[in-house]
Write a protein that binds this ligand. Structure first.
Ligand SMILES: [Fe+2]
Ligand SMILES: [Fe+2]
Length: 253
């Protein structure tokens, strides 16, 4: 890009380039995204191309989304994919104020990245899998187990059954049997209290007036999250593909 360009000219050029890319790309939704609308149609690549001659299937960055750096970090995902993420930040702040260990503050900061960045259903399992190669095993275990523990009170640990759950799911809601079994296993586990602490510091009543910044957690992330030098998603870890998919959710194949 020409150095003589002003900032606004540069922004305009970038916008024009985005529109060009959008014109030349065919963006197809994955089945999972379609199922969320109970839509069973399966787009036919050849038919789509016939409707848009000269266009190609999108095989990289989606021009409609904020561009991620070539070597994205966890912080980049927080900023460019997880949205404001206030639920996570407020929960981590709660844990910080309660004097929990850095490991547990990180667990609270990451506990719902399944929901906030990926898939709601079974979010504790997805979230744990995403972070497993990069954090202490206790953090992974706690994130996975919070999926079940959140449905069971432990008053002595400071966790009553959330009022919001009665509102959301009804007073007669009973968790699925696999969640009940997970809970029974977790109760006997040596790291039970770590997972329980996630539920204790989980912010169930979201306060829109409290804005917690990610800045105060940068050092804790630096010390407790093994950021791969190749960038999150390009590091050949067992969950790298999940981060890549989050980076480029509409890559055709
Ligand atoms: Fe959760
Ligand atoms: Fe949560």
């Amino acid at each position: 890009m020409n150095d003589a360009m002003t900032l606004s000219e540069r922004a305009e050029a970038l916008e024009a380039q985005k529109i060009r890319e959008l014109d030349e790309a065919i963006i197809v939704k994955s089945r999972l995204f379609m199922l969320a609308d109970a839509d069973f149609s399966f787009p036919n690549g050849a038919a789509l191309q016939a409707q848009k001659p000269g266009a190609r299937m999108l095989m990289g960055d989606d021009p409609r989304l904020p561009k991620m750096p070539d070597k994205p970090t966890l912080v980049d995902f927080f900023k460019l994919r997880f949205g404001p993420a206030q639920h996570l930040l407020q929960s981590a702040k709660h844990a910080l104020d309660a004097g929990l260990s850095e490991k547990m503050i990180l667990a609270c900061l990451l506990h719902d990245i399944g929901v906030i960045g990926f898939i709601r259903s079974d979010h504790g399992y997805w979230g744990a899998q995403m972070v497993e190669p990069y954090v202490d095993p206790e953090v992974t275990w706690a994130i996975r187990a919070h999926q079940a523990l959140r449905f069971y009170a432990d008053e002595t640990a400071g966790y009553p059954y959330p009022e919001t759950y009665v509102k959301y799911f009804g007073a007669d809601y009973r968790p699925d049997p696999y969640i009940e079994a997970e809970y029974q296993r977790a109760r006997k586990h040596k790291w039970y209290m770590s997972a329980r602490m996630i539920t204790v510091h989980d912010i169930y009543s979201f306060d829109p007036n409290v804005v917690v910044s990610l800045d105060q957690f940068i050092d804790i992330i630096g010390r407790n999250f093994r950021q791969p030098v190749e960038g999150l998603g390009f590091d050949d870890s067992p969950s790298a593909h999940m981060w890549r998919t989050l980076n480029r959710p509409t890559k055709y194949l």
